[in-house]
Design a binder for this molecule. Structure first.
Ligand code: 13P
Length: 254
């Protein structure tokens, strides 16, 4: 047993208008009102952050951004800073999601800068790593993750990363309905934890939460969470519906 508190996070990606997001959040807040043993976070798209923050205020649901830029402010058209996310009510921010790496040119280097600005701005970074199907097939999973972790967390101290959350999201399992088996996920989570131990030490690696993401649903959450190194989930599709997401949050009480 460990004493890491589970975190169930919903990544709403580019879905939902402000009113749809507020409505889902309102419903979710009610459904999870008694979920005291788990941290809950939702990450709506940017324009919905401020209205949703009004809805979740005083509830057990925290708010996260899906991305940020590392400068505080300036002539950076289309970007948003850590300070602005906090101003909109966020406590968390997702960084380095595979969709950002794939479609928006995010690299280990930009991910590193973004983690730095999140920490400085007092946001909890949810740092995503994961291999593609091709990389898994060519048995490069561990070397790919090694590079993403080493470069993404380069030059930070364990104290700076105290609140870090790592999310393992195999790209081949995102939105495909293909979940990694709980054994496949555990194998990687164990590897990630051992890497964190090597870089930042034993006590750090024992306290850091590592989430699994990729086709998580109410039907597979219990099996995943039973694994010793899986500390929660980053949920895409199944987080868009409040009832379904609440079943994942409340998996223990099923
Ligand atoms: P799905 O749960 O839709 O597979 O998405 C996972 C994800 O990308 C969460 O960030």
């Amino acid at each position: 047993m460990n004493n890491r508190r589970p975190l169930i996070a919903g990544n709403w990606k580019m879905y939902k208008t402000c009113s749809e997001a507020s409505e889902t959040a309102r419903h979710l807040v009610k459904l999870v009102a008694d979920a005291k043993d788990v941290d809950i976070m939702i990450a709506p798209q940017f324009t919905a952050l401020a209205p949703v923050s009004e809805v979740v205020k005083g509830s057990l649901v925290s708010l996260g951004g899906q991305n940020l830029f590392w400068e505080k402010e300036g002539a950076y058209t289309g970007e948003i800073s850590a300070e602005m996310l906090i101003d909109a009510g966020c406590s968390h921010v997702i960084i380095g999601h595979s969709e950002r790496r794939q479609y928006f040119g995010e690299t280990d280097n930009t991910v590193n800068k973004k983690i730095n600005s999140a920490i400085k701005g007092q946001l909890i970074p949810v740092f995503c790593v994961g291999e593609t199907e091709k990389e898994r097939e060519s048995k490069d999973t561990f070397s790919v993750l090694d590079k993403q972790i080493t470069k993404g967390l380069e030059s930070f101290s364990s104290d700076q990363l105290e609140k870090l959350v790592v999310a393992y999201e195999p790209v081949w399992a995102i939105g495909t309905g293909k979940t990694a088996t709980s054994d496949q996920a555990q194998e990687v989570h164990q590897f990630l934890r051992s890497m964190l131990e090597k870089i930042f030490g034993d006590s750090f690696s024992k306290t850091i939460r590592i989430l699994y993401g990729g086709s998580v649903k109410p039907e597979n959450i219990a099996e995943l969470m039973a694994m010793p190194d899986i500390d929660g989930a980053l949920v895409g599709g199944a987080s868009l519906d409040a009832e379904t997401f609440s079943k994942i949050v409340l998996f223990k009480t099923k």
